[in-house]
Design a protein around this ligand. Structure first.
Ligand SMILES: *Cc1c(COP(=O)(O)O)cnc(C)c1O
Length: 375
């Protein structure tokens, strides 16, 4: 029954084929093609403690399928799923003993910054924020973990992951890459030497704005053992239904990302040509674009309220296009002086380009430019 039992055979398949099949064998009782929602908390045991399935915090077949699928897409051996991206990130920090020093990118997701500075720093962990996109960056000797988000959010700056991994490994630090914005379709950090990949699966991995979830992926067996221990001990696990939805979303990841990217490439070039736009941030791949509208925060605010196809909302990576003002929405938890330091202006507008028809997206933005100008 099992079709892709051999990991080498699986790894030889294209990433789109693996998005559809990895970890997802036909269900053995009926042959059901789609992995069922194993909506159960516990499992009958034929003999005491001799059965692989005991309790759904520890193991669940729907979750296992999801974990195996994402691991395969990231070219990793192991995936460990969580109930949110933040729970996955929290677990990654728990891999380190108290007193550890984390070197973190200076333009990371606002919630990551808040978790590190407000929850973990008071417990004796040290965080140093630096620009990981700077090729001259020196990784201090006492660093235990380097935390990279690439492209960054919302300025979409790109880090040379392979070069940073070399510097980090030279001082004995492990490297964690938040790959939420790039997805494994465009960037696979484990292939570049990183030790752990993290995703907010809420975004492109699930892709339909109907689940909050997270995952850690690694090929290191010892790190994986620790992650599973923490997943079971802390208990921030996703329910089977959320795992099912993520598996379903993943089946079109490669198709969605092609369209997100094609439209983002078109729209970023179109924005860059405009006189009413100061600066466009687009790394050349994936589906996120940000830009600075000429004028004040009020004009930017009129802009984001004028779109109809783009929905004014936090989050990203779904099939529907979203628009937001990072300074007062997603990045409000980053202090104003830090925002000024990293060059995040109040008038920066972030777009998550969905998979609607490009002409409609363009017309919608055109309308918003007019509304912003007519304040
Ligand atoms: C959304 C996001 C997170 C947090 O994930 P949740 O699923 O919202 O908990 C972490 N990193 C990045 C880059 C994100 O966009």
């Amino acid at each position: 029954m099992a079709r892709f039992d051999d990991p080498n055979e699986l790894a030889a398949l294209g990433i789109g084929t693996r998005a559809i099949h990895a970890g997802q064998e036909p269900e053995p009782v009926t042959g059901a093609v789609m992995t069922p929602v194993f909506q159960t908390s516990t499992y009958a045991q034929p003999k005491p403690a001799e059965w692989p399935w005991e309790y759904s915090r520890t193991h669940n077949p729907t979750r296992n399928a999801l974990q195996a699928c994402i691991a395969s897409l990231e070219s990793g051996r192991h995936g460990v799923s969580f109930s949110s991206g933040m729970a996955a990130i929290d677990t990654a920090i728990r891999l380190l003993p108290p007193g550890s020093h984390v070197l973190c990118g200076d333009d990371v997701y606002g919630g990551t910054y808040r978790l590190f500075t407000k929850c973990w720093a008071p417990l004796g962990y040290r965080f140093t924020f630096m620009d990981t996109t700077n090729p001259e960056l020196v990784v201090p000797d006492d660093v235990d973990m380097v935390w990279v988000e690439s492209p960054t959010n919302p300025l979409l700056k790109v880090t040379d992951i392979a070069a940073l991994v070399q510097k980090a490994h030279a001082v004995g630090a492990i490297v964690v890459v938040d790959n939420t914005f790039a997805t494994p379709i465009f960037q696979r950090p484990l292939e570049l030497g990183a030790d752990v990949v993290v995703h907010s699966t809420t975004k492109y991995i699930n892709g339909h704005s109907d689940v909050v979830g997270g995952v850690l992926v690694t090929s290191d067996d010892a790190l994986h053992d620790k992650m599973c221990f923490l997943q079971n001990s802390v208990g921030a696990v996703p329910g089977p239904w959320d795992c099912f939805l993520q598996l379903r979303g993943l089946k079109t990841l490669h198709l969605r990302m092609e369209r997100h990217q094609a439209s983002a490439q078109e729209l970023s070039a179109w924005l860059a040509e405009r006189d009413d736009v100061d600066k466009v941030h687009y790394p050349g791949f994936s589906g996120m674009v940000s830009f600075v509208l000429k004028g004040d925060i009020k004009a930017a605010s009129r802009f984001v309220q004028a779109t109809r196809v783009f929905t004014l909302a936090e989050s990203l990576g779904g099939v529907e296009s979203l628009i937001e003002l990072p300074a007062i929405m997603t990045h409000a938890s980053v202090p104003p002086e830090v925002r000024a330091e990293i060059g995040l202006p109040d008038g920066l507008i972030r777009l998550s380009i969905g998979v609607e028809n490009l002409a409609d997206l363009k017309a919608d933005l055109e309308h918003a430019f007019a509304a912003a100008a007519n304040g």
